[in-house]
Structure formats: C-alpha cells, structure tokens
Design a binder for this molecule. Sequence first.
Ligand SMILES: NC(=O)c1ccc[n+]([C@@H]2O[C@H](COP(=O)([O-])OP(=O)(O)OC[C@H]3O[C@@H](n4cnc5c(N)ncnc54)[C@H](O)[C@@H]3O)[C@@H](O)[C@H]2O)c1
Length: 247
Amino acid sequence: MVKHDFAGSVVLITGAIGGIGKATASAFARGGASLVLVDLAEAEETECARLIGLGAEVAASLSCDISDEAAIAGLVDKVLEKFGRIDVIVNIAGAMIYRPVAEMSADDWNRMLAINLVGPALLTGAGLRHMRSGGSIVNIASIHARQTTAEVAGYAAAKAGICSVTRTAAIEGKAKGIRVNAVLPGAIDTPMLWNSPTIKSGAEKLDPSQVGRPEDIAEVVCFLASDSAAFITGEELMADGGRIASL
Ligand SMILES: NC(=O)c1ccc[n+]([C@@H]2O[C@H](COP(=O)([O-])OP(=O)(O)OC[C@H]3O[C@@H](n4cnc5c(N)ncnc54)[C@H](O)[C@@H]3O)[C@@H](O)[C@H]2O)c1
C-alpha cells in the first residue's frame, strides 16, 4: 500500500459510508487528510473515530442527497465555512436500478441521471469554482461507461456521461491548476455488486479473479488525487482486473 501525503488537505468524499467510500476514506486518513464524509445518512461517530485512529486530522460527517441541487449548494457552503477550502473531491455516491429500456419511465431516467451524473457534475463544478491550484477531482464512473449488460441503461448512460463531464472539466480546470479524472471500476466486492439481480440469478458470471476489493479502487483514487499524478488530467483509469480486456 502506497501512502500519499494529504496532510493539510481537505478531502470531500461522497458515498463515504458505502463499500468503496469507506475504503477511500481510510486511504486518505492514512495520508493525514482532513475528511468530510458525505452520504445520505451521517457516518457514525465510531467511523469518524476509526478514521482519526488511522491518521485523519479531522473526520467530519455531513448528510446530503447528491440528487438535490439545493442540498449540494448547502453542503459546499458548510464545508467552506468550516474548513475554508476544499483540496480534493471524490464523487463516489452512486446507485443502480435494474429495468429494461422498454420499461424505463421518465422518473427512472431522471433518478439515474440525478444521482450518477448531475449530482457529481454539480460538485465537479463547485470544485472548479472554489478549489485553488493543485486541487483534484476524482469521479467514480464504472466499466458500464464502456461496455454493459441488459437492464442498466440509466446507470450506464449516466456513468458514460460523467466520463464526458470529466474530460470537459479537465480542460476547463487546466488554467486554474485543477485536475479532473475518472476511475472506472470493474466488479468490486461491495453490497452493490452482490445485490445485482443478474449476479444473483447467475445470468452474469464472475470469475473470482475478476472481483476486486474496495481498497483496490481507493489506492487508484488516492494516486490520482495526489501530486504523483500531477501530469494526469482528463483521464479515465479502468481498474477491473483485466475483465474487459479478455475475450
Ligand atoms: N461495487 C461495484 O462493483 C462497482 C463497480 C463499478 C462502479 N461502482 C461505483 O462505485 C461507487 C460506490 O459503489 P459501492 O460499490 O461502494 O456501493 P455502495 O452501495 O456500498 O455505496 C454507495 C454509497 O452511495 C450512497 N448514495 C446513494 N445515493 C446517494 C445520494 N442520492 N446521495 C448521497 N449518497 C448516496 C449510498 O448511501 C452508499 O453509501 C458507485 O458510484 C458505483 O456506481 C461500483
């Protein structure tokens, strides 16, 4: 495990109490970051204490529904008021619904796009407005941005969309010295994976070597957010154990 130095950095993580979110918060904690943990519910005090035990300077928890524009604006105001700065934003919060395209309602489409595209895009925009030079934004997309399966069109479209937003934001952030990158995880061992109806039914088969750990993604996120990746922006980094490369 590589330890990057995030001492003095304020790191905002959405989806921070989910599988990949917790592992990512832990990795930034080891680097000494001040953490802002964002999720639908606040993180438990024991989770904040655990992160401080790992090395976080501060671990503050805020609830925010990232599909709500006003809630996102309030979140950004609160973080700037409390910490005075934001150095890293990691957009991890996400959700899936499983429905054939033929049965998707406008509400289904709007929900998938609001959580997986518009919310992260609005936070990316806030980052471009408020971050200083050296700031870094990492958006968690998915291999579904590139290749997909039946019944997840809303999710896949949103994840492809956030990759596109990442590229444009990287171009727009360049003059300010802000980098914007995306990570495209493959199958990762979290409840989101095992709750998939296609995995449960056996229609989608996974070789154990194709299932990564949340820590595998956390490492990639920390690398992209760190100065080690100073020359990387607008990139989509796939972390899928080679699943998509195979025939
Ligand atoms: N697990 C996988 O196989 C996998 C693969 C590719 C991409 N991803 C992506 O990784 C990210 C994290 O997924 P995970 O596997 O840790 O799943 P998870 O379900 O454990 O975590 C998702 C977190 O997002 C939060 N969240 C959902 N909707 C929200 C909202 N409207 N506002 C705020 N928070 C909200 C949830 O409360 C949860 O804590 C997601 O964006 C997901 O699409 C996961």
